[in-house]
Write a protein that binds this ligand. Structure first.
Ligand SMILES: Cc1cc2nc3c(=O)[nH]c(=O)nc-3n(C[C@H](O)[C@H](O)[C@H](O)COP(=O)(O)OP(=O)(O)OC[C@H]3O[C@@H](n4cnc5c(N)ncnc54)[C@H](O)[C@@H]3O)c2cc1C
Length: 431
């Protein structure tokens, strides 16, 4: 099989080498990580009159922000409404849910206001139920969710589902009408441009190796020199390194991978994804799939087995997962395979704020989007910048949540491969 080991998105938004910027000795703020979180943080800061540099250890757009599936949704996490209320109380849970429903509107308005052409579209999302019990659970969850939010979603019975999906695997499912999609790398390119226009300095190949606290602020030590600064924002998500070791202990890096198929015959594409929505399902082993923006191919994603990139294994596993959903694709070739890192958290919610105590004391951060970070990171980054400016508009329903870790966990999730294997078996046995 002949395939390219790089994101499909980079075909029409290639990663271009950016010019090096001179590292100033002194700046108001340093942002670590040039993905959506870091760029949105820096944009807020620069527009608030702050001198700011974004540094990235790799080329600009190396991280998950140019590798993702481009699905935009409110991302209700694994806890479910009841779990969220149990953990955070009724009022806080309701506030988080309401704010999350607004993330898609936020993205649409943000892209419009910034005039970024990222091929945003409100396609809606279909989530298939693997078995009747999953359908009932989805219907129950939707009822509670509707009491807490104004979410626009509806159940689709098995007899109606052929209008939504050409998959024979499901026992009905749910449609979230408000969800949408974008082209992740074009969005990232647009953000980089807006940040530069606003006066943000962006430094590729500049890894932060140490952060020293001083009476006046911080000295950020990088592979290209030191920067004295008043504020530091850590926006490194699934790539968080030991240099911010307290934050690293609070996120679980997981590799997520995707494949793109060769173009499908138009009539096959129409039967497989009749409405061109975003798709997912209730299998334990996460899978997400969508048409390419031109509607010609299927982009299919899921969890990769290890933390390192392994294109061969990713093609094998993702193709098998895709054929389970769409057996009619057995003759279609794979053109691209790629992967990147996401970050989960112990309480299944994303986090932002200012770290208190330990080595990372005083650092601002936004991370832990639990695999659904396109809208979340853009929203959290924007809010984080406003917080750093001391503005009230920086407040969110996610403020001041305890950012949990576990004893002996140092940022290396050695137990993940075993968990993924268990999920794979449980899916097969329909547990
Ligand atoms: C394959 C895949 C599919 C996905 N699909 C979706 C989807 O469909 N919808 C959705 O909502 N989300 C999706 N996500 C998740 C989403 O892409 C991420 O949550 C989001 O992009 C996180 O953005 P970020 O800016 O926080 O981090 P990133 O974009 O990952 O950027 C972090 C950056 O920090 C840099 N860095 C780390 N340490 C240092 C250091 N010490 N010094 C300097 N730089 C450093 C890294 O080099 C990296 O570039 C997907 C992710 C992947 C990998």
């Amino acid at each position: 099989m002949k395939y390219v080991s790089a994101p499909y998105w980079w075909d029409d938004a290639p990663r271009e080498q950016m010019d090096d910027v001179e590292l100033c000795d002194k700046l108001d703020a340093v942002v670590i990580g040039a993905g959506y979180s870091g760029l949105c943080t820096a944009l807020s800061l620069a527009r608030g009159g702050v001198s700011v540099i974004v540094v990235d250890a790799e080329f600009i757009g190396y991280g998950a922000s140019t590798r993702n599936g481009g699905m935009v949704g409110p991302s209700f996490h694994k806890l479910g409404v009841a779990g969220l209320k149990n953990k955070f109380g009724n009022d806080r849970a309701n506030a988080m849910l309401k704010e999350s429903v607004g993330f898609v509107d936020f993205m649409e308005n943000f892209l419009k206001a910034e005039e970024i052409d990222a091929k945003f579209s409100r396609t809606g999302r279909f989530r298939g139920a693997l078995k009747p019990a999953h359908f009932d659970a989805m219907a129950h969850e939707l009822e509670i969710l509707k009491q807490a939010t104004n979410i626009n979603a509806r159940m689709i019975s098995k007899s109606e589902q052929s209008a939504e999906t050409g998959s024979p695997l499901f026992h009905g499912g749910i449609v979230y009408d408000y969800d949408g999609c974008l082209h992740p790398a074009k969005y990232h390119d647009g953000l980089v441009q807006r940040a530069i226009d606003a006066g943000v300095l962006i430094a590729p190949e500049t890894a932060v190796t140490d952060i020293e606290k001083t009476p006046a602020g911080f000295i950020v030590k990088t592979t290209r020199g030191n920067i004295r600064t008043f504020q530091v924002a850590v926006c490194t998500n699934g790539y968080t390194k030991p240099v911010t070791k307290d934050l690293r202990r609070r996120v679980l890096p997981i590799r997520s991978a995707m494949i793109a198929t060769e173009p499908l015959p138009a009539d096959l594409m129409k039967t497989v994804m009749p409405k061109g929505r975003m798709y997912g399902d209730s299998r334990r082993l996460v899978a997400y799939y969508r048409p390419s923006p031109d509607g010609s191919r299927i982009l299919f994603g899921g969890r990769a087995s290890g933390l390192d990139d392994n294109p061969k294994a990713n093609i094998r596993d993702l193709r098998a997962s895709m054929l389970e959903v769409y057996p009619q694709l057995s003759d279609i070739g794979i053109s691209h395979v790629w992967s990147g890192r996401v970050a989960y958290t112990f309480d299944h919610v994303p986090h932002l704020g200012r770290f208190g105590g330990g080595k990372d004391d005083g650092l601002f951060y936004a991370m832990g989007y639990c695999g659904s970070g396109v809208a979340r990171s853009s929203y959290f980054g924007t809010k984080l910048g406003l917080k750093m400016l001391g503005k009230e508009e920086g407040a969110t329903a996610f403020d001041d949540l305890p950012f949990e870790t576990r004893p002996l966990y140092n940022g290396n999730p050695w137990f993940m491969p075993a968990m993924l294997t268990w999920h794979r078996i449980a899916d097969k046995l329909r547990l």
